[in-house]
Design a protein around this ligand. Structure first.
Ligand code: HEM
Length: 542
């Protein structure tokens, strides 16, 4: 574009100088005319010609509807990425087996992998990276850490961060997880006991509030060795910072909703952050609050007290990273921000879906409680990794929940150069929407009951090997950018479910299946307003 503009300028001045008898326009007028014509030409080509007549992707079927100028762009606004694509696929008459294509604003082509193989190939090929617009926008609160890193920077970071996420290290955190669960259980028990409403034998509790607070405190303890105090002090301090940036109802003020859901589509964050928009300015201030807290925690570590002997698991992720050396302080700060943001909202959302599934499938809840109580003899028994691993049905419930309700239902990729996937020519810059929601609910991947909550499909005897890596199950993604916190996440969620289902009985009187409009727009799939469950103490443990 810049080259063409320079050429236009030179041509305009040349024409006015060399051919003065043929034009009465000044060089500036010729230049602006040429520039305007170029813009119109570019627009007509990009929006009306290329996607329909020239693109190698033009024959791939896509969802019906959309408009000439905006494609399906307007329908996407304010919706969780990944979910709407799953709904669209149902309306495509003769879909290609591997991809469907749709257009976004002004002719932008987007591909959605359908088959497990297509998903796996895109996710495991470093040609496809997170798009720049996403990396720029997400780093404010997510931290400019491992999640957003690509290429060599990613390889370098992943290698240095990996020791903090070994299975042995994560098993070491179970007492900390359990401790937070015990505090949560006591607080919920107190609420139930102090409920004076005699008209029903249950207490209505918004469980998203509790799953958020408990997972927040877990990440504080296990990532930093710190007390984040989400459970005892949710209204002040650190928890509040996250609560106002990931509000349970989404951004309800129209200006905030426009700022978060619409403007980023057209205006880069690098510019938005400098505009006097209260939502963006608040986000920047909160970023500083989170950063300062991370700096304080990092500088508080007494390196001389770290036991660096081989095989010794540290008390928290930060100490593991510090003891490994070689990571500059700023990189460490951004990564610790990443661990907080990536590591608690995802787990909290997933847990709330698990409670919904269990509350609406009482027979599964009862079977799970039976297993928990058989293995953990009393609620005061310390939870260990071997006890947790002995709960086979719990594992099935957790896996089935993360399959049906992946808390990150979609993510993005962009082709950094022209390439081919499964014989399809992919032009440079093509955008991909990777939908774990779609893959995880695909009938082809999971059979005719793919949309049902059926934990038994994960039973060791029947589960096909490899589903967690071959593109059929994408909750934690696959390949070099897959979730490094998967083991952490599964163990943390299991601890909370053991605590809650072991002690309480949950029912839910709202919808059995949530519609698109019941979900909060954003990266993490959450029910709007949280999940108000009916809770009571289950029959005595022993
Ligand atoms: C239910 C819980 C979780 C889900 C569904 C989840 C999902 C994901 C997904 C889908 C990705 C890949 C994103 C992409 O490439 O576009 C990812 C990456 C990542 N997750 Fe998780 N995650 C969860 C919990 C956690 C936890 C607990 C932590 C840390 C304590 C964590 C840390 C990370 C990090 C650091 C990455 C980037 C990995 C890399 O690029 O090398 N996640 N996660």
């Amino acid at each position: 574009m810049l080259k063409t503009v320079i050429l236009e300028g030179l041509a305009a001045f040349g024409a006015a100088r060399l051919l003065p008898h043929y034009t009465s326009f000044s060089p500036y007028q010729i230049f602006f005319l040429a520039f305007a014509l170029q813009l119109v030409g570019h627009f007509v080509y990009a929006v009306l010609i290329y996607p329909y007549w020239i693109s190698p992707l033009r024959n791939i079927p896509g969802p019906p509807g959309g408009t000439l100028l905006y494609g399906h762009g307007v329908e996407e606004i304010g919706k969780s990425a990944g979910i709407i694509q799953h709904l669209w696929l149902k309306n495509i008459k003769n879909p290609d087996p591997n991809f469907f294509r749709y257009l976004g604003f002004f002719g932008q082509e987007k591909l959605v992998p359908i088959s497990a193989e297509a998903s796996r190939l895109v996710l495991t090929d470093p040609t496809f990276e997170l798009p720049g617009w996403f990396r720029e926008g997400a780093k404010t609160l997510l931290g400019d850490g491992l999640v957003l890193a690509e290429g060599d920077a990613h390889k370098y970071l992943r290698k240095r961060v990996a020791p903090a996420f070994t299975p042995a290290q994560i098993r070491h955190f179970i007492p900390d997880f359990w401790n937070k669960c015990t505090i949560m259980n006591q607080m919920i028990t107190d609420i139930i006991k102090s409920d004076k409403d005699d008209s029903k034998d249950t207490t209505t509790i918004n469980m998203l509030d509790w799953t958020n607070r408990v997972t927040f405190d877990m990440i504080g303890k296990t990532a930093f060795g710190a007390e984040f105090e989400g459970l005892p002090n949710p209204d002040k301090g650190f928890y509040d910072v996250f609560n106002r940036n990931y509000p349970p109802d989404g951004f309800t003020h129209p200006l905030d909703a426009i700022c978060m859901n619409v403007l980023p589509i057209f205006v880069p964050h690098g510019i938005l952050n400098y505009l006097p928009l209260p939502r963006y300015q608040a986000q920047l201030r909160d970023r500083e609050v989170i950063r300062s807290r991370c700096i304080e925690l990092i500088r508080n570590i007494d390196v001389s007290k770290i036991d660096k002997s081989e095989g010794v698991n540290q008390q928290d992720l930060l100490t593991v990273m510090v003891s490994g050396g070689e990571i500059e302080e700023d990189v460490m700060i951004e990564n610790m921000m990443t661990f907080i943001a990536a590591g608690f909202g995802t787990n909290a959302a997933s847990l709330v879906w698990a409670l919904h599934a269990l509350a609406t499938h009482p027979e599964i809840q009862t079977r799970l409680r039976k297993e928990i109580r058989e293995k953990l003899k009393t609620p005061d028994t310390p939870l260990t990794s071997s006890l947790m691993d002995s709960m086979k049905y719990l594992h099935c419930v957790v896996m089935e929940n993360t399959r049906l309700y992946p808390s990150i239902p979609g993510s993005w990729r962009q082709a950094m150069k022209s390439t081919t996937v499964l014989g399809l020519q992919i032009p440079k810059d093509t955008q991909f929407v990777m939908s774990s929601y779609l893959a995880n609910r695909s009938e082809k991947n999971w059979g005719p009951d793919s949309e049902e909550f059926n934990p038994d499909r994960w039973a060791e005897a029947t589960m096909k090997k490899g589903v967690e890596h071959n593109g059929q199950f994408l909750t934690y993604s696959v390949g070099h950018k897959s979730c490094i916190g998967k083991e952490y996440s599964l163990r943390a969620m299991k601890s909370v479910i053991i605590a809650l289902i072991g002690t309480f009985e949950f029912t839910f009187e709202g919808k059995k299946k949530f519609e698109m409009e019941d979900l909060v727009a954003g990266l993490t799939m959450r029910p709007r307003g949280g999940l108000k469950c009916e809770v009571k103490l289950a029959s005595p443990w022993v």
